[in-house]
Structures are given as structure tokens and as C-alpha cells.
Design a protein around this ligand. Structure first.
Ligand SMILES: [Zn+2]
Length: 237
């Protein structure tokens, strides 16, 4: 199917990064389940919530600092390099697609990126090392260097609006592709999960590689319930 396709859209979720050692949000023993997520509205309103959000963020970063791209990340990077896949749409925030060699224009991040911080007022990017340096010294996250605004990890939190430009790019790629390849997503988180359904309705073939069944298995052209690394290690590119 890849060889027959003109434009392949890649789509990834937590499953591709579990093989890099980053646990899935929903897997048992997930550190994500220990704490109730801090809603965006609370983050904006409460300095205490912001301190707690940053404390968790840095604790999590320490746990997964050594994570490197998996076989799946590398296989998708090779597909992009071959010219057949314009970009990978991802639900992940770990930056591992970029680390596997993709440029920012080749990754469409629906839920943002946890490897840097952004000012909520002016949008200026700040590096995490700098934020952490101030946080460790003062017990408070620093303000935006440019405007004094609130800094937040550049991810999309519960209650925060989906980012417009990535949503538009994902929509465009889903409409243009003739093969939509899902790798490691259970396709239950919306609106992200709407893209494969939309591509299929638009006449693209749909392939799903995921360890567990997904709600779109019935309409897919091919479903493989297996580890990503196992499937993608013999990936034609
Ligand atoms: Zn700012």
C-alpha cells in the first residue's frame, strides 16, 4: 500500500513512544494517573497550581530524560525522507519525531510540545533549562523575558483550545493523502482521532498498527495488532 500511495499521512500516538520508554497515559502504573491533571483555567488563575505543574513537569522530565527515538520513529523518518510522507501528525508531546531527524515543518503536533516553554501572552519560546534554573533557585517559575507573562510548557492542557495551525495542517494532509497510516494510537482522544476517519471518508486507504483494538478497526483497510517496533523493523521505504 505504501508503494502504491502517492501521499502518505503518518499519524502517531503514545504507542510509538512507549517503545522509547515513555509510558502511555492510560497504561497501568502510569505516573500520569497518580495526579489529577491541572486544568488550564486553574493554571491561569492560581500561582500555586503553576508551581505544582512545573514541579510535576520537571519530575517527569527527569524520569524520561534518556528517551531516544524508537524503531517506529526511525521508520517514519525514513518514509518522510523518501518523499512519500509530507509530515507526521502526532498526539505526542515528547519531540521524538524531531529527534529522529524530522524538521518542525514535517511534524504536526496536535497536543503541543513538552520540550520547551511558551509565554501565554506573547507566545515567545523559552528553554526549559532556563525555566528550571529559576524554578530551582526561587521555587517559582520565572516570568516571560519579553513581556512578563505567564510561562507554560508548550503543551495543550485539559481545557485549553486546540492549536489552530496544526489543526489546519492536519486537516489539509488528511484530505490530500491517499494512504493514512496510524502507528500506536488507540484513536479514542478527540478531536485528534477524527483525522483518520476523515481521510478514510475522503477515499484514502486506512492502515492501523496498534497493540490494542481501536474504534476504527472495522473501517480500516488493514489492521495490525502488534508492537510498532516489530512491524516497522521490516518497513519498506
Ligand atoms: Zn511574553
Amino acid at each position: 500500500m505504501i508503494q502504491e500511495a502517492r501521499i502518505v499521512a503518518g499519524f502517531t500516538g503514545a504507542g510509538i513512544s512507549t517503545e522509547s520508554g515513555i509510558p502511555d497515559f492510560r497504561s497501568p502504573n502510569s505516573p500520569w494517573l497518580r495526579n489529577k491533571p491541572i486544568a488550564y483555567e486553574l493554571f491561569l488563575r492560581s500561582a500555586k497550581a503553576r508551581r505544582e505543574a512545573w514541579r510535576r513537569k520537571f519530575a517527569m522530565d527527569d524520569l524520561y530524560r534518556g528517551a531516544r527515538p524508537s524503531t517506529g520513529h526511525r521508520a517514519l523518518a525514513a518514509l518522510v525522507a523518501s518523499g512519500r510522507m509530507p509530515a507526521v501528525i502526532t498526539q505526542n508531546i515528547d519531540g521524538l519525531h524531531q529527534e529522529s531527524g524530522l524538521g518542525d515543518d514535517q511534524v504536526i503536533e496536535l497536543h503541543g510540545n513538552g520540550t520547551y516553554a511558551k509565554c501565554l501572552s506573547c507566545g515567545r519560546r523559552h528553554e526549559l533549562d532556563w525555566v528550571r534554573y529559576h524554578f530551582d533557585r526561587n521555587g517559582e517559575p520565572p516570568e516571560c523575558m519579553a513581556c512578563g507573562g505567564i510561562l507554560k510548557s508548550a503543551t495543550i492542557s485539559f481545557g485549553q483550545a486546540m492549536p489552530e495551525e496544526p489543526m489546519r495542517r492536519a486537516q489539509k494532509l488528511s484530505a490530500a493523502c491517499d494512504l493514512f497510516l496510524v502507528a500506536g494510537s488507540s484513536l479514542v482522544v478527540y478531536p485528534a482521532a477524527a483525522f483518520p476517519a476523515f481521510a478514510k471518508e475522503n477515499g484514502a486507504r486506512l492502515v492501523i498498527v496498534n497493540r490494542e483494538p481501536t474504534p476504527l478497526d472495522d473501517v480500516a483497510d488493514l489492521v495490525v495488532h502488534a508492537e510498532i517496533g516489530e512491524v516497522f523493523s521490516e518497513f519498506p521505504t
